[in-house]
Design a protein around this ligand. Sequence first.
Ligand SMILES: [Cu+2]
Length: 568
Amino acid sequence: MKHSINPSRRRFFAQTGAGILAYAGMPAWVQAMSGMGDMPHLPPRKASPGFHADVEIDLVCKPSAVSILPGQATQVQQYVAKLIKGPANTLSELPGSYLGPVLRFETGQKIRINLHNQLDEPSITHWHGLHVPADVDGHPQYVIDKGQTFVYEFEMLNRASMNIYHPHPHNTTAKQVYHGLAGAILVNDAEERRLELPGGEYEVPIVIQDRLFNANNQLIYAGHMRDRMMGFYGDRILVNGRPDFQLEVASRAYRFRVLNGSTARIYKLAWDDNSPVTVIGTDGGLLETPIDKPYVMLAPGERLDVWADFSGRKVGSQLVLRSRSFSGVLPGMAGRMGGGMHGSVLPVGSDYPIFSVKVIRQVSDSPALPKRLSQINRYSLKDTANPTKPVPIEISEGPMKMQLNGRPYAFNDVLPSERIPVNTVQLMQIFHGQGGMGMGGGMQHGEGRQGMGMGMRRGADDSAEGGHKMGGMGGGGMGMMMARAHPIHLHGQYFQILSRNLDGGQNRDYATVKDGFIEGGWKDTVLVMPGETVKIIKPFQDFKGLFMYHCHNLEHEDMGMMRDFSVE
Ligand SMILES: [Cu+2]
Protein backbone atom coordinates (compact mmCIF):
# COMPACT_ATOMS: atom_id res chain seq x y z
CA MET A 1 0.00 0.00 0.00
CA LYS A 2 1.10 3.48 -0.84
CA HIS A 3 1.69 6.12 1.76
CA SER A 4 -0.01 9.13 0.29
CA ILE A 5 -0.05 11.56 3.18
CA ASN A 6 3.08 13.58 2.75
CA PRO A 7 5.49 14.08 5.62
CA SER A 8 4.71 17.75 6.14
CA ARG A 9 1.06 16.88 6.45
CA ARG A 10 1.87 14.22 9.04
CA ARG A 11 3.95 16.72 10.97
CA PHE A 12 1.03 19.09 10.87
CA PHE A 13 -1.11 16.44 12.56
CA ALA A 14 1.52 15.84 15.16
CA GLN A 15 2.16 19.50 15.89
CA THR A 16 -1.43 20.61 16.09
CA GLY A 17 -2.54 17.67 18.13
CA ALA A 18 -5.67 17.85 16.00
CA GLY A 19 -4.75 14.61 14.32
CA ILE A 20 -7.95 12.68 14.63
CA LEU A 21 -10.18 15.56 13.71
CA ALA A 22 -8.03 16.59 10.78
CA TYR A 23 -7.91 13.04 9.51
CA ALA A 24 -11.60 12.48 9.97
CA GLY A 25 -12.28 15.64 8.01
CA MET A 26 -10.32 14.49 4.98
CA PRO A 27 -12.25 13.33 1.94
CA ALA A 28 -12.91 9.60 1.96
CA TRP A 29 -10.88 9.01 -1.19
CA VAL A 30 -7.80 10.57 0.40
CA GLN A 31 -8.20 8.32 3.42
CA ALA A 32 -8.71 5.28 1.20
CA MET A 33 -5.60 6.08 -0.82
CA SER A 34 -3.56 6.45 2.31
CA GLY A 35 -4.16 2.76 2.76
CA MET A 36 -2.99 0.62 5.62
CA GLY A 37 0.01 2.54 6.75
CA ASP A 38 -1.09 6.04 7.54
CA MET A 39 -2.61 7.21 10.73
CA PRO A 40 -2.60 10.47 12.57
CA HIS A 41 0.55 10.86 14.62
CA LEU A 42 -0.69 12.19 17.91
CA PRO A 43 1.36 13.79 20.65
CA PRO A 44 2.04 11.25 23.43
CA ARG A 45 -0.42 11.11 26.30
CA LYS A 46 0.75 12.80 29.49
CA ALA A 47 -0.06 12.19 33.15
CA SER A 48 -3.26 13.81 34.30
CA PRO A 49 -2.92 15.68 37.61
CA GLY A 50 -6.26 14.39 38.91
CA PHE A 51 -5.23 10.73 38.68
CA HIS A 52 -3.85 9.39 41.95
CA ALA A 53 -2.03 6.16 41.22
CA ASP A 54 -1.81 3.28 43.69
CA VAL A 55 0.83 1.71 41.48
CA GLU A 56 3.29 3.44 39.18
CA ILE A 57 5.75 1.71 36.87
CA ASP A 58 8.40 2.95 34.47
CA LEU A 59 8.37 0.56 31.52
CA VAL A 60 11.14 0.84 28.94
CA CYS A 61 11.27 -0.94 25.59
CA LYS A 62 14.76 -1.07 24.19
CA PRO A 63 17.29 -3.09 22.20
CA SER A 64 19.15 -5.58 24.35
CA ALA A 65 21.24 -8.74 24.23
CA VAL A 66 20.38 -11.91 26.13
CA SER A 67 22.10 -15.26 26.34
CA ILE A 68 19.57 -17.85 25.10
CA LEU A 69 21.60 -20.58 23.38
CA PRO A 70 25.14 -21.65 24.33
CA GLY A 71 27.69 -19.22 22.88
CA GLN A 72 26.97 -15.82 21.47
CA ALA A 73 24.28 -13.66 23.04
CA THR A 74 21.14 -12.96 20.99
CA GLN A 75 20.13 -9.44 20.01
CA VAL A 76 16.58 -8.86 21.18
CA GLN A 77 14.11 -6.13 21.99
CA GLN A 78 13.10 -6.12 25.61
CA TYR A 79 10.82 -4.58 28.19
CA VAL A 80 12.50 -3.60 31.42
CA ALA A 81 10.55 -2.13 34.30
CA LYS A 82 11.08 -0.21 37.49
CA LEU A 83 8.56 0.10 40.30
CA ILE A 84 8.03 3.73 41.27
CA LYS A 85 5.13 3.16 43.65
CA GLY A 86 3.12 0.19 44.83
CA PRO A 87 3.42 -3.28 46.39
CA ALA A 88 6.86 -4.91 46.10
CA ASN A 89 5.39 -7.98 44.35
CA THR A 90 4.11 -5.85 41.45
CA LEU A 91 7.16 -6.76 39.34
CA SER A 92 8.84 -10.15 39.13
CA GLU A 93 11.56 -11.00 36.66
CA LEU A 94 11.75 -14.24 34.73
CA PRO A 95 15.38 -15.14 35.34
CA GLY A 96 17.59 -15.00 32.25
CA SER A 97 14.67 -14.18 29.98
CA TYR A 98 14.22 -11.60 27.25
CA LEU A 99 10.56 -11.45 28.28
CA GLY A 100 9.39 -8.47 30.26
CA PRO A 101 8.80 -8.88 33.99
CA VAL A 102 5.49 -10.36 35.16
CA LEU A 103 3.26 -7.48 36.26
CA ARG A 104 0.98 -8.32 39.17
CA PHE A 105 -2.01 -6.11 39.87
CA GLU A 106 -5.07 -6.17 42.09
CA THR A 107 -8.61 -5.48 40.92
CA GLY A 108 -9.51 -1.91 41.80
CA GLN A 109 -5.95 -0.56 41.76
CA LYS A 110 -5.29 2.70 39.99
CA ILE A 111 -2.31 2.16 37.75
CA ARG A 112 0.06 4.53 35.98
CA ILE A 113 2.58 3.12 33.53
CA ASN A 114 5.13 5.41 31.89
CA LEU A 115 6.20 3.78 28.63
CA HIS A 116 9.59 5.01 27.44
CA ASN A 117 10.46 4.08 23.87
CA GLN A 118 14.20 3.51 23.45
CA LEU A 119 13.81 1.41 20.30
CA ASP A 120 15.00 2.77 16.99
CA GLU A 121 11.44 2.50 15.70
CA PRO A 122 7.95 3.59 16.72
CA SER A 123 6.06 1.46 19.19
CA ILE A 124 3.12 1.50 21.57
CA THR A 125 2.08 -1.07 24.17
CA HIS A 126 -1.30 -2.79 24.33
CA TRP A 127 -2.70 -4.50 27.44
CA HIS A 128 -4.21 -7.60 25.88
CA GLY A 129 -7.26 -8.61 27.90
CA LEU A 130 -7.59 -5.49 30.03
CA HIS A 131 -10.76 -3.43 30.04
CA VAL A 132 -9.32 0.08 29.75
CA PRO A 133 -10.33 3.35 28.03
CA ALA A 134 -9.60 3.60 24.31
CA ASP A 135 -6.86 6.21 24.67
CA VAL A 136 -4.78 3.90 26.88
CA ASP A 137 -5.49 0.64 25.02
CA GLY A 138 -2.40 0.92 22.82
CA HIS A 139 -4.17 1.59 19.55
CA PRO A 140 -1.52 2.04 16.80
CA GLN A 141 -2.58 5.66 16.28
CA TYR A 142 -0.78 6.34 19.59
CA VAL A 143 2.68 5.07 18.58
CA ILE A 144 5.55 7.04 20.03
CA ASP A 145 8.99 7.56 18.53
CA LYS A 146 12.36 6.89 20.04
CA GLY A 147 12.92 9.08 23.07
CA GLN A 148 9.24 9.72 23.71
CA THR A 149 7.17 8.71 26.73
CA PHE A 150 3.50 7.71 26.75
CA VAL A 151 1.67 7.74 30.06
CA TYR A 152 -1.05 5.14 30.64
CA GLU A 153 -3.49 5.67 33.47
CA PHE A 154 -6.34 3.31 34.22
CA GLU A 155 -8.19 1.54 36.96
CA MET A 156 -7.93 -2.26 37.02
CA LEU A 157 -11.49 -3.33 36.24
CA ASN A 158 -10.64 -6.93 35.34
CA ARG A 159 -11.39 -9.88 37.53
CA ALA A 160 -8.52 -12.19 38.50
CA SER A 161 -6.95 -13.31 35.23
CA MET A 162 -3.76 -13.61 33.20
CA ASN A 163 -3.29 -11.02 30.49
CA ILE A 164 -0.50 -9.91 28.18
CA TYR A 165 1.38 -6.74 27.40
CA HIS A 166 2.92 -6.43 23.98
CA PRO A 167 3.50 -3.81 21.28
CA HIS A 168 0.76 -2.93 18.79
CA PRO A 169 2.34 -0.61 16.18
CA HIS A 170 0.71 -0.99 12.81
CA ASN A 171 2.46 -3.47 10.48
CA THR A 172 5.29 -4.24 12.94
CA THR A 173 3.52 -5.91 15.86
CA ALA A 174 4.68 -9.40 14.89
CA LYS A 175 8.29 -8.36 14.37
CA GLN A 176 8.51 -6.61 17.74
CA VAL A 177 6.82 -9.42 19.65
CA TYR A 178 9.03 -11.95 17.87
CA HIS A 179 12.14 -10.04 18.93
CA GLY A 180 11.14 -10.25 22.57
CA LEU A 181 8.65 -7.54 23.44
CA ALA A 182 6.00 -9.30 25.52
CA GLY A 183 5.19 -10.01 29.11
CA ALA A 184 2.50 -11.46 31.35
CA ILE A 185 0.06 -9.54 33.54
CA LEU A 186 -1.48 -11.33 36.50
CA VAL A 187 -4.53 -9.81 38.14
CA ASN A 188 -5.67 -10.97 41.56
CA ASP A 189 -9.00 -10.40 43.30
CA ALA A 190 -10.90 -11.43 46.43
CA GLU A 191 -12.90 -14.22 44.76
CA GLU A 192 -9.67 -15.90 43.68
CA ARG A 193 -7.90 -15.33 46.98
CA ARG A 194 -10.60 -17.19 48.92
CA LEU A 195 -9.67 -20.38 47.04
CA GLU A 196 -6.10 -20.37 48.37
CA LEU A 197 -4.78 -21.69 45.08
CA PRO A 198 -1.07 -22.55 44.87
CA GLY A 199 0.91 -19.30 45.05
CA GLY A 200 4.47 -18.09 45.42
CA GLU A 201 6.90 -20.62 43.97
CA TYR A 202 3.97 -22.96 43.30
CA GLU A 203 2.37 -20.58 40.81
CA VAL A 204 4.48 -20.66 37.65
CA PRO A 205 4.06 -18.59 34.49
CA ILE A 206 4.60 -20.69 31.37
CA VAL A 207 5.03 -18.48 28.29
CA ILE A 208 5.37 -20.64 25.19
CA GLN A 209 7.05 -19.24 22.07
CA ASP A 210 8.83 -20.55 18.99
CA ARG A 211 11.88 -18.93 17.47
CA LEU A 212 14.29 -19.50 14.59
CA PHE A 213 18.01 -18.86 15.16
CA ASN A 214 20.88 -18.59 12.70
CA ALA A 215 24.31 -20.18 13.25
CA ASN A 216 25.38 -17.13 15.29
CA ASN A 217 22.44 -17.44 17.68
CA GLN A 218 20.68 -14.47 16.12
CA LEU A 219 16.94 -14.44 15.54
CA ILE A 220 15.80 -14.91 11.97
CA TYR A 221 12.56 -13.22 11.07
CA ALA A 222 11.67 -13.49 7.43
CA GLY A 223 9.60 -11.04 5.54
CA HIS A 224 8.73 -13.36 2.67
CA MET A 225 5.13 -13.13 1.59
CA ARG A 226 4.63 -16.84 2.10
CA ASP A 227 5.84 -16.62 5.69
CA ARG A 228 3.39 -13.85 6.33
CA MET A 229 0.48 -15.69 4.72
CA MET A 230 1.08 -18.80 6.80
CA GLY A 231 2.45 -17.04 9.83
CA PHE A 232 6.08 -17.33 10.82
CA TYR A 233 7.29 -20.44 12.62
CA GLY A 234 10.49 -21.12 14.47
CA ASP A 235 12.03 -24.54 15.00
CA ARG A 236 12.91 -24.00 18.67
CA ILE A 237 10.36 -24.01 21.46
CA LEU A 238 11.18 -21.58 24.24
CA VAL A 239 9.40 -21.46 27.60
CA ASN A 240 9.80 -18.22 29.53
CA GLY A 241 12.48 -17.33 26.99
CA ARG A 242 14.59 -20.45 27.70
CA PRO A 243 15.25 -23.46 25.42
CA ASP A 244 14.80 -27.01 26.74
CA PHE A 245 12.92 -25.66 29.72
CA GLN A 246 12.82 -27.94 32.73
CA LEU A 247 10.94 -27.16 35.90
CA GLU A 248 11.98 -28.76 39.18
CA VAL A 249 9.00 -29.31 41.44
CA ALA A 250 7.93 -30.72 44.78
CA SER A 251 5.43 -33.60 44.95
CA ARG A 252 2.38 -31.36 45.33
CA ALA A 253 -0.11 -29.27 43.37
CA TYR A 254 1.04 -26.38 41.18
CA ARG A 255 -0.75 -23.68 39.30
CA PHE A 256 0.64 -23.16 35.78
CA ARG A 257 -0.31 -19.87 34.15
CA VAL A 258 0.12 -20.76 30.49
CA LEU A 259 0.28 -18.19 27.69
CA ASN A 260 0.84 -18.76 24.00
CA GLY A 261 3.22 -15.90 23.14
CA SER A 262 4.11 -17.24 19.70
CA THR A 263 3.32 -15.07 16.70
CA ALA A 264 1.57 -17.85 14.77
CA ARG A 265 2.10 -21.34 16.20
CA ILE A 266 -0.90 -23.22 17.58
CA TYR A 267 -0.34 -25.89 20.24
CA LYS A 268 -2.28 -28.97 21.28
CA LEU A 269 -1.10 -29.34 24.85
CA ALA A 270 -1.14 -32.72 26.57
CA TRP A 271 0.83 -34.59 29.25
CA ASP A 272 3.06 -37.32 27.86
CA ASP A 273 1.67 -39.94 30.27
CA ASN A 274 -1.84 -39.21 28.95
CA SER A 275 -3.09 -38.00 32.30
CA PRO A 276 -5.76 -35.33 31.73
CA VAL A 277 -4.97 -31.64 31.60
CA THR A 278 -6.91 -30.07 34.47
CA VAL A 279 -7.98 -26.59 33.42
CA ILE A 280 -9.19 -24.12 36.03
CA GLY A 281 -9.21 -20.94 33.94
CA THR A 282 -9.07 -19.38 30.49
CA ASP A 283 -8.21 -15.95 29.05
CA GLY A 284 -10.59 -14.11 31.34
CA GLY A 285 -9.89 -15.91 34.60
CA LEU A 286 -11.24 -18.83 36.55
CA LEU A 287 -13.87 -21.22 35.23
CA GLU A 288 -16.85 -22.07 37.43
CA THR A 289 -15.55 -25.58 37.99
CA PRO A 290 -12.35 -27.39 36.99
CA ILE A 291 -12.48 -29.37 33.78
CA ASP A 292 -10.36 -32.35 32.71
CA LYS A 293 -9.38 -32.47 29.04
CA PRO A 294 -7.34 -35.07 27.12
CA TYR A 295 -5.59 -32.10 25.49
CA VAL A 296 -6.14 -28.36 25.11
CA MET A 297 -5.72 -26.26 21.99
CA LEU A 298 -3.83 -23.02 22.67
CA ALA A 299 -3.60 -20.43 19.90
CA PRO A 300 -1.49 -17.24 19.94
CA GLY A 301 -2.86 -14.77 22.47
CA GLU A 302 -4.81 -17.39 24.44
CA ARG A 303 -4.16 -18.31 28.08
CA LEU A 304 -4.80 -21.31 30.27
CA ASP A 305 -4.83 -21.72 34.01
CA VAL A 306 -3.74 -25.32 34.67
CA TRP A 307 -3.85 -27.27 37.92
CA ALA A 308 -0.93 -29.70 37.85
CA ASP A 309 -0.76 -32.06 40.80
CA PHE A 310 2.48 -33.97 41.26
CA SER A 311 1.60 -35.41 44.65
CA GLY A 312 2.14 -39.13 44.73
CA ARG A 313 4.91 -38.89 42.14
CA LYS A 314 8.31 -40.18 43.17
CA VAL A 315 11.43 -38.06 43.43
CA GLY A 316 13.26 -38.31 40.13
CA SER A 317 10.13 -38.93 38.07
CA GLN A 318 9.52 -36.77 35.02
CA LEU A 319 6.51 -35.56 33.13
CA VAL A 320 6.60 -33.77 29.78
CA LEU A 321 4.04 -31.34 28.43
CA ARG A 322 3.90 -31.98 24.69
CA SER A 323 2.18 -30.52 21.69
CA ARG A 324 0.38 -33.51 20.15
CA SER A 325 -0.27 -34.04 16.46
CA PHE A 326 -3.25 -32.46 14.75
CA SER A 327 -4.21 -31.29 11.30
CA GLY A 328 -6.30 -28.76 9.50
CA VAL A 329 -5.06 -25.42 10.86
CA LEU A 330 -2.86 -24.76 7.84
CA PRO A 331 -3.21 -25.78 4.21
CA GLY A 332 -2.09 -29.39 4.00
CA MET A 333 1.35 -29.02 2.55
CA ALA A 334 2.34 -25.97 4.55
CA GLY A 335 1.16 -27.68 7.69
CA ARG A 336 3.64 -30.45 7.21
CA MET A 337 6.54 -28.21 6.23
CA GLY A 338 6.07 -25.58 8.86
CA GLY A 339 5.70 -22.02 7.79
CA GLY A 340 9.29 -20.86 7.50
CA MET A 341 11.16 -20.61 4.24
CA HIS A 342 14.07 -22.17 6.05
CA GLY A 343 12.76 -25.68 6.10
CA SER A 344 11.35 -25.86 9.58
CA VAL A 345 12.04 -29.14 11.31
CA LEU A 346 9.13 -28.55 13.63
CA PRO A 347 5.99 -28.68 11.50
CA VAL A 348 2.80 -27.19 12.87
CA GLY A 349 0.66 -30.06 14.07
CA SER A 350 3.54 -32.48 14.63
CA ASP A 351 4.27 -34.05 18.02
CA TYR A 352 7.05 -32.39 20.04
CA PRO A 353 7.90 -31.53 23.66
CA ILE A 354 7.16 -28.11 25.19
CA PHE A 355 8.82 -28.49 28.60
CA SER A 356 9.51 -31.09 31.22
CA VAL A 357 8.77 -31.29 34.92
CA LYS A 358 11.04 -33.18 37.27
CA VAL A 359 10.06 -34.04 40.84
CA ILE A 360 13.06 -33.28 43.06
CA ARG A 361 11.46 -33.00 46.48
CA GLN A 362 8.99 -35.11 48.44
CA VAL A 363 6.44 -33.21 50.52
CA SER A 364 3.52 -34.60 52.47
CA ASP A 365 0.97 -31.82 52.18
CA SER A 366 -0.66 -30.45 49.09
CA PRO A 367 -3.67 -28.18 48.58
CA ALA A 368 -6.81 -29.84 47.22
CA LEU A 369 -8.39 -28.82 43.95
CA PRO A 370 -11.46 -26.71 44.79
CA LYS A 371 -14.70 -28.15 43.41
CA ARG A 372 -16.11 -24.73 42.76
CA LEU A 373 -13.85 -21.95 41.45
CA SER A 374 -15.87 -18.87 40.61
CA GLN A 375 -19.20 -17.44 39.64
CA ILE A 376 -19.74 -16.70 35.95
CA ASN A 377 -23.03 -15.18 34.87
CA ARG A 378 -23.75 -16.75 31.52
CA TYR A 379 -25.08 -14.47 28.82
CA SER A 380 -27.95 -15.64 26.68
CA LEU A 381 -29.43 -14.19 23.50
CA LYS A 382 -32.00 -12.23 25.47
CA ASP A 383 -29.19 -10.24 27.08
CA THR A 384 -28.02 -8.97 23.70
CA ALA A 385 -29.09 -5.82 21.87
CA ASN A 386 -29.17 -7.73 18.56
CA PRO A 387 -30.36 -11.32 19.13
CA THR A 388 -31.37 -11.84 15.49
CA LYS A 389 -28.74 -9.72 13.79
CA PRO A 390 -25.23 -10.68 14.88
CA VAL A 391 -22.39 -8.24 14.27
CA PRO A 392 -20.42 -9.92 11.47
CA ILE A 393 -16.72 -10.68 11.68
CA GLU A 394 -16.01 -12.20 8.31
CA ILE A 395 -12.63 -13.77 7.78
CA SER A 396 -11.43 -13.59 4.21
CA GLU A 397 -8.15 -14.99 3.13
CA GLY A 398 -6.58 -15.90 -0.11
CA PRO A 399 -3.56 -15.09 -2.20
CA MET A 400 -2.31 -11.69 -1.03
CA LYS A 401 -5.43 -11.11 0.97
CA MET A 402 -5.83 -11.21 4.73
CA GLN A 403 -8.92 -9.27 5.64
CA LEU A 404 -11.83 -8.90 7.99
CA ASN A 405 -15.26 -7.90 6.74
CA GLY A 406 -13.87 -7.74 3.23
CA ARG A 407 -11.31 -5.03 3.87
CA PRO A 408 -7.75 -4.71 5.08
CA TYR A 409 -7.01 -2.42 8.01
CA ALA A 410 -7.34 1.28 7.38
CA PHE A 411 -7.58 3.97 10.00
CA ASN A 412 -10.98 5.59 10.36
CA ASP A 413 -12.61 3.14 7.97
CA VAL A 414 -15.46 2.01 10.19
CA LEU A 415 -18.32 0.12 8.53
CA PRO A 416 -21.89 0.65 9.75
CA SER A 417 -21.81 -2.85 11.29
CA GLU A 418 -18.66 -1.88 13.20
CA ARG A 419 -20.36 0.97 15.07
CA ILE A 420 -21.35 -0.33 18.48
CA PRO A 421 -23.52 1.60 20.96
CA VAL A 422 -21.70 1.92 24.28
CA ASN A 423 -23.08 -0.01 27.26
CA THR A 424 -24.65 -2.71 25.11
CA VAL A 425 -24.09 -6.44 24.94
CA GLN A 426 -23.63 -7.67 21.38
CA LEU A 427 -24.11 -10.97 19.64
CA MET A 428 -21.26 -11.42 17.16
CA GLN A 429 -20.66 -14.04 14.53
CA ILE A 430 -17.16 -14.93 13.35
CA PHE A 431 -17.19 -16.85 10.07
CA HIS A 432 -15.26 -17.52 6.91
CA GLY A 433 -16.33 -15.55 3.86
CA GLN A 434 -16.93 -17.19 0.53
CA GLY A 435 -13.61 -15.94 -0.77
CA GLY A 436 -11.89 -17.75 2.04
CA MET A 437 -13.62 -21.05 1.40
CA GLY A 438 -13.52 -22.16 4.93
CA MET A 439 -14.67 -25.57 3.92
CA GLY A 440 -14.91 -28.56 6.08
CA GLY A 441 -11.25 -29.08 6.56
CA GLY A 442 -7.91 -29.31 4.91
CA MET A 443 -6.34 -32.10 2.98
CA GLN A 444 -5.57 -35.62 3.90
CA HIS A 445 -1.99 -36.61 4.44
CA GLY A 446 -0.30 -37.47 1.20
CA GLU A 447 -2.44 -35.35 -1.04
CA GLY A 448 -0.20 -32.35 -0.72
CA ARG A 449 2.51 -34.07 -2.66
CA GLN A 450 0.63 -33.35 -5.81
CA GLY A 451 1.60 -29.75 -5.44
CA MET A 452 0.24 -26.46 -4.18
CA GLY A 453 -2.26 -24.62 -6.25
CA MET A 454 -4.01 -27.61 -7.75
CA GLY A 455 -7.62 -28.19 -7.05
CA MET A 456 -7.97 -31.49 -5.28
CA ARG A 457 -10.99 -33.48 -4.39
CA ARG A 458 -11.27 -35.34 -1.21
CA GLY A 459 -12.53 -38.88 -1.22
CA ALA A 460 -15.98 -39.43 -2.61
CA ASP A 461 -17.27 -40.28 0.84
CA ASP A 462 -16.35 -36.79 1.99
CA SER A 463 -17.72 -34.82 -0.89
CA ALA A 464 -21.12 -34.34 0.65
CA GLU A 465 -19.46 -32.47 3.52
CA GLY A 466 -17.75 -29.97 1.26
CA GLY A 467 -20.70 -27.68 0.87
CA HIS A 468 -19.53 -24.74 -1.16
CA LYS A 469 -18.31 -25.10 -4.70
CA MET A 470 -15.53 -22.99 -6.09
CA GLY A 471 -16.30 -21.80 -9.60
CA GLY A 472 -15.24 -24.60 -11.87
CA MET A 473 -13.37 -26.48 -9.19
CA GLY A 474 -14.23 -29.49 -7.17
CA GLY A 475 -15.45 -29.19 -3.62
CA GLY A 476 -11.92 -29.32 -2.30
CA GLY A 477 -10.41 -26.81 -4.66
CA MET A 478 -8.22 -23.78 -4.22
CA GLY A 479 -10.30 -22.52 -1.35
CA MET A 480 -9.65 -25.56 0.73
CA MET A 481 -5.99 -25.34 -0.11
CA MET A 482 -5.95 -21.89 1.39
CA ALA A 483 -8.06 -22.52 4.47
CA ARG A 484 -6.37 -21.65 7.74
CA ALA A 485 -7.32 -21.40 11.36
CA HIS A 486 -7.40 -17.89 12.82
CA PRO A 487 -7.26 -16.91 16.48
CA ILE A 488 -9.56 -13.86 16.51
CA HIS A 489 -8.92 -11.38 19.32
CA LEU A 490 -11.22 -8.55 20.36
CA HIS A 491 -9.92 -5.67 22.43
CA GLY A 492 -11.84 -4.47 25.44
CA GLN A 493 -13.97 -6.66 27.66
CA TYR A 494 -13.91 -10.43 27.68
CA PHE A 495 -16.62 -12.29 25.81
CA GLN A 496 -18.38 -15.65 26.09
CA ILE A 497 -18.59 -18.29 23.40
CA LEU A 498 -22.22 -19.08 22.56
CA SER A 499 -21.75 -21.74 19.89
CA ARG A 500 -19.34 -23.32 17.42
CA ASN A 501 -20.64 -24.77 14.19
CA LEU A 502 -18.71 -26.54 11.51
CA ASP A 503 -19.73 -26.10 7.91
CA GLY A 504 -20.66 -29.53 6.62
CA GLY A 505 -20.34 -31.23 9.97
CA GLN A 506 -17.41 -33.18 11.35
CA ASN A 507 -14.37 -34.08 9.31
CA ARG A 508 -11.11 -35.86 9.95
CA ASP A 509 -9.05 -32.71 10.57
CA TYR A 510 -11.55 -31.26 13.00
CA ALA A 511 -11.65 -34.52 14.89
CA THR A 512 -7.99 -33.97 15.80
CA VAL A 513 -8.71 -30.70 17.63
CA LYS A 514 -12.36 -30.72 18.70
CA ASP A 515 -11.86 -31.96 22.26
CA GLY A 516 -9.37 -29.19 22.99
CA PHE A 517 -11.69 -26.18 23.18
CA ILE A 518 -12.93 -24.74 26.46
CA GLU A 519 -16.13 -22.81 26.17
CA GLY A 520 -17.49 -22.17 29.63
CA GLY A 521 -15.27 -19.27 30.61
CA TRP A 522 -14.43 -15.70 29.69
CA LYS A 523 -12.35 -15.29 26.53
CA ASP A 524 -10.72 -12.53 24.53
CA THR A 525 -9.26 -14.69 21.77
CA VAL A 526 -11.00 -17.57 20.04
CA LEU A 527 -9.50 -20.04 17.60
CA VAL A 528 -11.74 -20.28 14.55
CA MET A 529 -11.01 -23.39 12.53
CA PRO A 530 -11.42 -23.66 8.74
CA GLY A 531 -15.11 -24.03 7.98
CA GLU A 532 -16.13 -22.98 11.45
CA THR A 533 -18.65 -20.33 12.53
CA VAL A 534 -18.31 -19.13 16.10
CA LYS A 535 -20.97 -17.05 17.84
CA ILE A 536 -19.88 -14.96 20.79
CA ILE A 537 -21.58 -12.55 23.18
CA LYS A 538 -19.53 -9.53 24.18
CA PRO A 539 -20.24 -6.55 26.40
CA PHE A 540 -19.08 -3.07 25.34
CA GLN A 541 -19.36 -1.19 28.60
CA ASP A 542 -17.96 2.04 30.02
CA PHE A 543 -15.68 3.30 27.26
CA LYS A 544 -16.25 4.91 23.89
CA GLY A 545 -13.67 5.05 21.14
CA LEU A 546 -11.81 2.78 18.76
CA PHE A 547 -11.21 -0.79 19.91
CA MET A 548 -9.44 -3.13 17.55
CA TYR A 549 -10.34 -6.64 16.61
CA HIS A 550 -7.87 -8.72 14.67
CA CYS A 551 -6.31 -12.06 13.99
CA HIS A 552 -3.75 -12.89 16.69
CA ASN A 553 -1.69 -14.74 14.15
CA LEU A 554 0.42 -11.61 14.28
CA GLU A 555 1.71 -11.99 10.73
CA HIS A 556 -1.90 -12.02 9.58
CA GLU A 557 -2.59 -8.96 11.70
CA ASP A 558 0.30 -7.10 10.13
CA MET A 559 -0.97 -8.03 6.67
CA GLY A 560 -4.18 -6.21 7.40
CA MET A 561 -6.37 -8.78 9.15
CA MET A 562 -7.42 -6.13 11.66
CA ARG A 563 -10.30 -3.69 11.95
CA ASP A 564 -11.68 -1.20 14.47
CA PHE A 565 -14.97 -1.22 16.31
CA SER A 566 -16.08 2.29 17.03
CA VAL A 567 -17.89 2.23 20.35
CA GLU A 568 -20.06 5.34 20.42
CU1 LIG B 1 -5.21 -15.22 10.89
